[in-house]
Design a protein around this ligand. Structure first.
Ligand code: SF4
Length: 197
């Protein structure tokens, strides 16, 4: 983990390490002010942290299409929120964030449009390099997400990506954030536990 932290810092990201998900969650809840609005990307990690409920309890205006009744409104309002929370599909030892998205809301918000972005990731997201990250995206993250969504993609049945033309395909927009982008402050919170997929 130390190697990844150093590489991410060299690439301009602000990084903190946490021993467990509870300490990471407390830090984020403390850092978000009650007059800030928060948008959340689709993320099993965020779900495992229970961060949506904690923000609501604090009185923070929070939008999450996984929980809000009006999913479309949550997606639209998240785009203009002050703060954006998400995880990442992979982090490389070279300090890059690699992601693959179906809708594209999550990967777009990671790059531009918010005062601060928090990326919370368990140690299981660490990959050696870009190729290793793509392998993880296509053989772990995408098949497991497709399964969670009850989709019928080839990878759900085989566990292997076939670069499919399925109508259910969830791999549509791939991003690699190589340096902290201009105009957005990305905070990477690395947790010494396995979180999400
Ligand atoms: S491209 Fe298709 S087969 Fe490959 S991981 Fe994505 S959904 Fe699965």
């Amino acid at each position: 983990m130390e190697k990844v932290v150093k590489a991410l810092e060299k690439n301009g990201f602000t990084v903190k390490m946490f021993k467990d998900k509870e300490s990471a969650k407390s830090a984020i809840i403390d850092e978000i002010l009650t007059d800030e609005s928060v948008g959340m990307g689709g993320s099993v990690t965020l779900q495992e942290l229970g961060i949506y409920d904690a923000l609501k309890e604090k009185g923070v205006t929070t939008y999450w299409h996984w929980r809000d009744e009006d999913k479309g409104n949550a997606l639209r309002m998240s785009v203009n929120s002050d703060v954006y929370l998400t995880s990442t599909n992979a982090l490389t030892e070279e300090g890059m964030l690699v992601n693959l998205d179906g809708t594209g809301n999550r990967v777009a918000s990671m790059i531009f449009g918010h005062k601060r972005v928090y990326v919370i990731a368990g140690k299981n997201k660490i990959c050696k390099d870009y190729n290793d990250a793509i392998y993880r995206l296509e053989h772990v993250a995408a098949p497991m997400n497709a399964k969670r969504l009850k989709l019928s993609t080839p990878c759900v049945h085989t566990g292997v990506c076939s670069d499919c033309d399925s109508k259910d395909r969830i791999c549509k927009a791939e991003t690699t954030i190589r340096r902290n982008p201009n105009g957005t402050k990305i905070h990477v919170y690395l947790v010494d536990e396995e979180l999400g997929y």
